[in-house]
Design a protein around this ligand. Structure first.
Ligand SMILES: Cc1cc2nc3c(=O)[nH]c(=O)nc-3n(C[C@H](O)[C@H](O)[C@H](O)COP(=O)(O)OP(=O)(O)OC[C@H]3O[C@@H](n4cnc5c(N)ncnc54)[C@H](O)[C@@H]3O)c2cc1C
Length: 461
């Protein structure tokens, strides 16, 4: 079998890349190792219902009229109508530090600006200077690493505000410990504070099914439960792939969305990229009946909290760092259709290495998961109110769960801290898209797939 383009990985970047290419040539083949597409943002069935693995909120909300906004550009590139998506905006979210400092934000930037003017009046003028810097900075221009933390500290001079601004941006898009590259900071500030968050009215399955329906309508092909075990290559040219069942498929181009190091492993080559610590996370879903009260969260979509004197975004010494995290109430989006349940989802930083030590001892691993869920619930209850007695179902994912289901090294959701922004990993006809190219999150990873196809593959047809 021979195809012009073979895409490894049916996560959101692979799906978007495949759909973009199929609009021009239908002979594209998408290979996904798992039984379902979606990768980090997929779904599973338990307790007689569908659970989303990753969806808290989609960043980069944009009204239809802002033609150049990333969301609208993405939809145009994929020829998907906004009306097919049923977008629901967040109500409002909050950054809460030390139980006493709070910044609210919504999809109207004036909410955050007013909060800063009221709660940090001494630095509101400096904040306007930071906004000017963000507007003028081109995050896509190749540039050496610039520490966002340093720039923020120099511009604002208020460590608490710096940490409160960094907290949501790091949790939703930083693969680097305790800092971000300035370009990535600008992208995430735009995505979360200037544009905002939304979710589809249905589930992530509806979004994935929509992408698949468009892809099939263009004649694109997909094979699930099909792990690639080797990329066949000579010198700097790739010729095709070998599957775990021994089958070979040849192609003109390969787009890999599985990560840089993971791709080098398929080439049987060590990764030439610098090795930095990878960030792991634990996530717990608490399912509640729709009438369960959550008094501290009734009009909050997401609460990013920190309860330590210093905000630390790094691999913890212990299994999980409960000092900071994300508490998401996925039912708190505007005008969502009624649902037979509500959820509280919590996320914290976790150490892959410490979880790995429990891998062979199933009983200890299970106990550690139970204890994690309990500690996480207690932290969340302090903020949103007690809900323990109303829990009807609960599930916890560790970095090992994420690694098992997506093959992401060390279960690191945001991948390798060293990004390959141009998607070029040194081969003539093999390119990288998705998490390790540098655009993170749902809209980011889809834009990554589209832009690498546009930049490297379509011009050569
Ligand atoms: C718990 C959690 C919460 C999240 N919350 C949000 C959120 O609220 N909003 C948001 O925007 N983003 C969120 N994200 C992040 C978002 O899901 C990811 O950034 C995005 O989905 C990454 O897509 P990707 O295509 O780059 O990578 P992936 O999703 O990792 O896709 C790679 C695919 O490749 C497949 N694969 C791997 N190896 C092989 C192989 N050898 N052969 C074939 N296939 C292979 C994997 O199975 C996977 O499907 C969350 C992620 C998680 C895990």
């Amino acid at each position: 079998m021979h195809v012009p383009l073979l895409i490894i990985g049916g996560g959101l970047s692979g799906l978007a890349a495949a759909l973009r290419f199929a609009r021009f040539l239908p002979d594209v083949l998408l290979l996904e190792k798992h039984s379902r597409v979606g990768g980090l943002n997929s779904y599973y069935y338990r307790n007689n219902r569908l659970f989303e693995t990753g969806l808290h909120a989609i960043t980069n909300y944009a009204p239809a009229k802002t033609k150049n906004a990333p969301l609208n550009r993405l939809l145009r590139q994929l020829k998907i109508k906004r009306s097919e998506l049923d977008l629901h905006q967040q109500i409002q979210s909050e950054v809460r530090f030390l139980d006493r400092e709070s910044l609210l934000f919504s999809n109207d930037f004036a909410t955050l600006d007013k909060e800063i003017a009221t709660k940090f009046p001494a630095v509101h003028t400096s904040f306007q200077r930071l906004l000017q810097l963000i507007r003028e900075y081109d995050p896509f221009r190749p540039a050496p690493f610039v520490s966002a933390r340093k720039v923020l500290q120099e511009t604002l001079g208020d460590t608490l505000l710096v940490d409160m601004l960094l907290c949501p941006l790091m949790y939703y898009g930083s693969s680097l410990e305790n800092d971000m590259d300035l370009g990535q900071f600008v992208i995430m500030f735009q995505a979360i504070f200037l544009e905002g968050m939304f979710r589809p009215g249905g589930t992530i399955k509806d979004l994935l099914d929509l992408l698949l329906a468009h892809y099939h309508a263009h004649g694109g092909a997909i094979r699930t439960k099909t792990p690639v075990s080797r990329i066949i290559h000579s010198g700097q040219k790739v010729h095709g792939v070998e599957l775990t069942n021994g089958e070979e498929i040849s192609c003109d181009y390969i787009l890999s969305t599985i990560g840089s190091e993971e791709t080098f492993a398929l080439l049987d080559k060590p990764s030439p990229l610098e090795s930095l610590p990878r960030l792991g996370f634990v996530e717990t879903i608490f399912e509640l009946p729709p009438e369960a009260p959550l008094p501290g969260s009734e009009n909050r979509t997401i609460i990013f909290y920190n309860s330590a004197e210093t905000f630390s975004y790094q691999q913890p010494q212990q299994l999980v760092d409960f000092n900071s995290g994300v508490i998401c109430m996925p039912q708190n989006f505007q005008d969502l259709p009624p649902s037979p349940f509500k959820e509280v989802r919590t996320t914290h930083l976790a150490s892959y290495d410490n979880w790995y030590k429990l891998k062979e001892d199933q009983a200890s691993y299970k106990t550690a998961k139970e204890e994690t869920a309990l500690a996480s619930r207690r932290v969340a209850e302090k903020i949103v109110g007690n809900f323990a007695k109303n829990i009807v179902y609960r599930d916890t994912f560790t970095p090992l769960t994420i690694e098992r289901f997506t093959a992401k090294k060390k279960g690191a959701i945001y991948g390798n801290p060293v990004k390959v922004k141009d998607g070029d990993i040194g081969y003539d006809n093999l390119f990288l898209a998705g998490t390790d190219q540098g655009f993170l999150g749902i809209v980011g990873s889809m834009l990554s797939g589209v832009s690498i196809v546009n930049q490297h593959i379509l011009p050569r047809l």
